[in-house]
Design a protein around this ligand. Structure first.
Ligand code: SF4
Length: 296
C-alpha cells in the first residue's frame, strides 16, 4: 500500500514559519530543476528486474562500478527464473567487483525464487510486495517504483538525508521519518524527480566532507552555507561532474549570502554519532545535522 504521509507540514527546524519554509523549498527545488534538468537514475537498466538487480548491487558500491558490472550480468541472466536457478559460484564471480558479493548473490537468487514463486516471475509494482523480496527495503522499493513504474516515491539514501537536513527541511534522522517529512513539503508528483535532483546535488556539489558552498547555486537559501569553503576560488574545484560548468555559471548568477562570515551554526549530533565519536574522531559533516536560523 502507498505510504500515508502527514497532510500538515511539521515545524521547521530552522524556526521559519510554514509559509517561509514552503517558499524556500520552492526556491530550492526551482534552482535544482535549473541545475539538473537531466537528472535521472544513474543506474543503467532496461527492465524493472534489471533495476531491482542494479539497486541491490549498488549497496556500498558506486553506480559507475555497478554500471560496469551489469552488462555481462544482464546478458547472462535475463529473467527471474535465471536468477532463481543461478550457479552461485558463477553469479558471485560476475558481481564480485561490486563488493559484498556473497550476500548480494544470496539476495539475487532469493529475489529470483520469490518472483517465480509468488509473482509469476514479474517484478510487482506495489511497495508492499516489493519489500517482501529478499534484500529489498523501502529505499530500493521507492527507486523501483519511481523509475521503473512511474509511481512517485522519495528515495532517502545517504545523500538525500544529509542534504535535506542541511537545508533545514527536517531534523529527522530515521529514513522513513525523513521520507514522510519531505513528502509533506512537496506535491506527490514531484517526489521522484526531487530524489534525483537531491542525489545529483549531493554527488556533485554538497559533498559529505567538503561541500562546495562558495560555488553552490543554493547558497542564498541554505542555512548550512559555510559548512564548506565559502571562497568561490576554493569551492569551484570541488564541484564535480559533467554539469560543473553549468552549475558554476548558475551559482555565479545567484550569488552568495551577504554575510561575510558564515553565521554561527548549531550542530546537533545524533545519539549514534555521539557514541561513535569516542572511537572515530574524523567524521564530522557526514554524521551531523546543522541547523541555524534562515536569514530571510
Ligand atoms: S550552501 Fe553548502 S551546505 Fe548548503 S547546499 Fe550548498 S554546498 Fe550544501
Amino acid at each position: 500500500m502507498t505510504p500515508t504521509h502527514p497532510v500538515s507540514i511539521p515545524p521547521a527546524p530552522t524556526g521559519e514559519t510554514q509559509l517561509g519554509l514552503t517558499r524556500r523549498v520552492r526556491r530550492i527545488t526551482r534552482a535544482l530543476g535549473e541545475g539538473y534538468p537531466g537528472a535521472h537514475c544513474e543506474l543503467n537498466f532496461g527492465t524493472p528486474l534489471e533495476l531491482v538487480v542494479a539497486v541491490v548491487l549498488s549497496a556500498q558500491c558506486t553506480d559507475v562500478r555497478v554500471n560496469q558490472t551489469t552488462p555481462a550480468l544482464f546478458a547472462r541472466y535475463r529473467g527471474a527464473a535465471d536468477y532463481a536457478g543461478a550457479d552461485r559460484a558463477e553469479l558471485e564471480e560476475l558481481i564480485r567487483p561490486t563488493g559484498f558479493f556473497r550476500n548480494k548473490a544470496t539476495s539475487l537468487i532469493g529475489i529470483g525464487a520469490a518472483l517465480v514463486e509468488r509473482f509469476d516471475g514479474e517484478v510487482p509494482g506495489r511497495q508492499d510486495d516489493l519489500v517482501t523480496l529478499p534484500g529489498v527495503g523501502r529505499k530500493t522499493a521507492n527507486v523501483v517504483l519511481g523509475d521503473a513504474f512511474g509511481v512517485p516515491g522519495i528515495t532517502v539514501d545517504t545523500h538525500f538525508g544529509r542534504l535535506v537536513r542541511r537545508w533545514g527541511w527536517t531534523a529527522e534522522e530515521d529514513p522513513v521519518k525523513v521520507e514522510h517529512a519531505i513528502g509533506a513539503l512537496l506535491p506527490r508528483k514531484d517526489w521522484t524527480v526531487l530524489s534525483h535532483w537531491v542525489i545529483f546535488h549531493g554527488r556533485r556539489v554538497c559533498h559529505a566532507r567538503r561541500p562546495a558552498c562558495g560555488a553552490c547555486l543554493l547558497a542564498k537559501d541554505c542555512p548550512s552555507f559555510g559548512l564548506g569553503p565559502v571562497e568561490p576560488g576554493l569551492a569551484a574545484p570541488l564541484v564535480k561532474g559533467e554539469e560543473a560548468e553549468h552549475l558554476l555559471a548558475l551559482a555565479q548568477q545567484t550569488g552568495l549570502p551577504r554575510t561575510k562570515k558564515p553565521a554561527r551554526e548549531t550542530v546537533r549530533e545524533p545519539a549514534k554519532a555521539t557514541a561513535a565519536k569516542k572511537t572515530v574522531s574524523t567524521k564530522s559533516a557526514t554524521s551531523t545535522t546543522v541547523v541555524k536560523k534562515v536569514a530571510r
